[in-house]
Write a protein that binds this ligand. Structure first.
Ligand code: GDP
Length: 334
């Protein structure tokens, strides 16, 4: 059943704070909504729960399709819930908005974890631009924290911009890789490797063990060539077998070590406070962009001029300026 009815702000807030998952899901649906009338309500809910958010470890996980992200999250998630953590998994799949196909694949992912009451899994919303998706994911994360989840895993596909967005909202960023396939083959940009706090070589099992160990040495050496990070953390290289659940507790120990080390130098707070500043700018950009594209005059002018733009008869720069100036003019006349 598709729930479209809305609740009063207080009902969302109370439901979330009492850990009611049905209300949590409805609140996430609300923040994902692109309907203008929902946005005000959504902002209200997020503002009210904000003081109760922040008490989790936020982990980003990325890697190309097929590297084993969902298998990893199944195994790693199980380990975490068995340790007593309350786990929420959010996924960002930039492909699902463009086409109906999804790189992350749909329903069959993380089947066991999905049915585990100690975990909560929420796939990314469809139908919004990447900027929108990441804005919504950040808000969904805060709602999950307010609902009592104390570890949040944010999964994305290692193919582009979405990593940067995720890096901007997590404490720890983990890149899953495969041995034997070159970086280029894996479509991993140097920039993404530079961003990560740990590089984990998955599928270190069977005949692949030797290659995984070799890759571990190579990456360890390669990472020494990157500049030292501001927080003093040396990114770690580990191997695991997500399917056989080998090496997963070492990964968790490493993350705990990271959190301890960062807490000692107050870096978790520093990082989050910088992220808040970035959130402000992201959200200003998001609001400006969405109100621009929802403006009726802009919409019709865009449609009218599009064929000339595409035929090269009109300059995109000129039209862009014309439209933005008309938009600003419209606002100042209000
Ligand atoms: P995703 O696209 O990154 O989410 O990757 P999946 O988790 O769907 O895994 C892709 C394929 O790799 C599946 O057939 C998995 O069974 C397999 N796989 C995942 N992890 C491992 C592992 O640790 N070892 C081996 N041998 N296969 C794995």
């Amino acid at each position: 059943m598709k729930i479209t009815s809305r609740l009063p702000v207080e009902a969302y807030v109370e439901g979330i704070l009492s850990g009611d998952r049905v209300i949590l899901s409805r609140a996430i649906t609300l923040v994902e909504s692109t309907l203008p009338q929902d946005q005000f309500l959504a902002e209200n809910v997020v503002e009210k729960i904000l003081p109760y958010s922040g008490k989790s470890i936020r982990i980003g996980i990325t890697g190309v399709p097929g590297v084993g992200k969902s298998t990893f999250i199944e195994g790693f998630g199980k380990l975490l819930v068995e340790k007593g953590y309350k786990l929420a998994v959010l996924t960002i799949d930039p492909s699902s908005q463009k086409s109906h196909g999804s790189i992350l694949g749909d329903k069959t992912r993380m089947e066991k974890l999905s049915s585990d009451k100690r975990a909560y899994i929420r796939p990314s919303p469809a139908g919004v631009s990447l900027g929108g998706v990441s804005a919504k994911t950040r808000e969904a994360m805060l709602l999950c924290e307010a609902a009592g989840f104390n570890i949040i895993l944010i999964e994305t596909v290692g193919v582009g911009q979405s990593e940067i967005a995720v890096k901007g909202m997590v404490d720890f960023f983990l890149l899953l890789m495969l041995a034997g396939a070159g970086d280029e083959l894996q479509g991993i940009k140097k920039g993404i490797i530079e961003m990560c706090d740990a590089l984990v070589i998955n599928k270190a099992d069977g005949e692949n063990i030797t290659a995984a160990k070799k890759a571990k040495r190579e990456y360890t050496n390669a990472l020494h060539l990157f500049p030292v990070k501001e927080n003093g953390w040396n990114p770690k290289v580990l191997t695991c077998s997500a399917i056989d659940q080998i090496g997963l507790s070492e990964i968790w120990q490493m993350i705990e070590g990271f959190v301890d080390q960062m807490k000692r130098i107050n870096y978790l707070d520093i990082n989050r406070s910088n992220q808040l500043e970035n959130w402000l700018h992201d959200h200003i950009g998001y609001l400006l962009k969405s109100s621009f594209y929802e403006n009726e005059e802009i919409k019709s002018s865009l449609t009218k001029n599009l064929s000339e733009i595409k035929a090269g008869k009109k300059s995109p720069i000129g039209l862009a300026r014309e439209l933005v100036e008309a938009f600003i003019d419209g606002i100042s006349r209000k």
